[in-house]
Ligand binder design. Sequence first.
Ligand code: SF4
Length: 404
Amino acid sequence: MPTQSRDLALYLHIPFCTSKCGYCDFNSYEGLGHLADGYTDALLGELDLWAPATRDFTVRTVFFGGGTPSLTALEDMRAFTDRIRERYAVAPDAEWSLEANPGELTREHLEGLRATGINRLSIGVQSLHDDELTMLERGHNAARAIEAVRAARAAGFDNLNMDLIFGLIGQPLARWQDTLERALELSPEHLSCYALTVEPGTALYYQVAKGLLQEPDPDVVADHYEWTRKRLARAGYRQYELSNWARPGRECRHNLVYWHAEPYLGLGAGAHSFFTGRRFANIDAPNRYIEAITASLEERATSGTGTLRQIAGGETPDADTQRADAMILGLRLLEGVSSTEFAVRFGVTPDEAFPHAIAKHLATGLLTRVPPPHGDRLRLTPRGLLLSNEVFVDLLPDPPGDER
Ligand code: SF4
């Protein structure tokens, strides 16, 4: 965990989807394709607005997330990547990731993406069973997902992630095992395996609330997770985060920036940033985001200063919040949090900052210490990986009864 970093991660949000999946609580929309051109102009404009503030930074990672970034026309992708290279100092070995749905990944589109400099694809496969994909309201079937991965290889992508979901409602372990085994046959460099969560406000949430569907059984989900950890370890993947596994050296560098609580700048509707010590987020609604950027650019053209009107709100986290963020994000990583590095960064060790939470969860067996010489780290135990929220909630600043 470095103390000060002039490295920067850039995130660009593409909020459009062909249809809204029932479980999805991301800032994504179906039926807004007519906004795509205006949105591209706005995102290019936002890149211009931020560029002067990033002069002292080197961009190490760029991540196009969504929504469905793979819906973006190739000429717009080229415009984004060109603009980033023109206006920002980008490291020659930067990681350029793009989230993609199998439906758009034709050979031609993939070759076009590769030509823009995108060098990592994260493919939203989710399941390799058609009935499960229908239940998740995904727009592809298993055969298309497999074809998309093969086409990505043929187009020259040598750094692929597959997103998969386990613990689906009513999913027997054997079905998840089959999905993961077939995914392993495709030899991705990286796997993100998430448990299905029923997020408030989603279509799935209302179906569960009405009793039409049952929430996934936590014991079944735990069994899927445990099996996944063992199987992927046997297959040579290193688990480096609660839900992420990689071949050695193929960890997602962009997401590591978040977990190390280092600076990132999020552009686009609803994107979040942690930059120059502030946390802030853009307006969620794409049409209002476009209006705000347009007004900022007009103001800059007439008066020379451009207020960043797209920012919906933010805060400068106080010291307690910064420590809690660093601890919670850092414990998501299997390597855990180094006491020495934490002390250099915050002036106190984790034990001094969170004496009661740490003592409690060393006692519950959810946390453990990795002693020198191998480290001076605190990390989650295997049981802690399953019950991480019980630890995280005790690290939050000022919860009722907290004695810090
Ligand atoms: S494709 Fe992804 S972002 Fe779009 S609705 Fe489905 S889960 Fe959400």
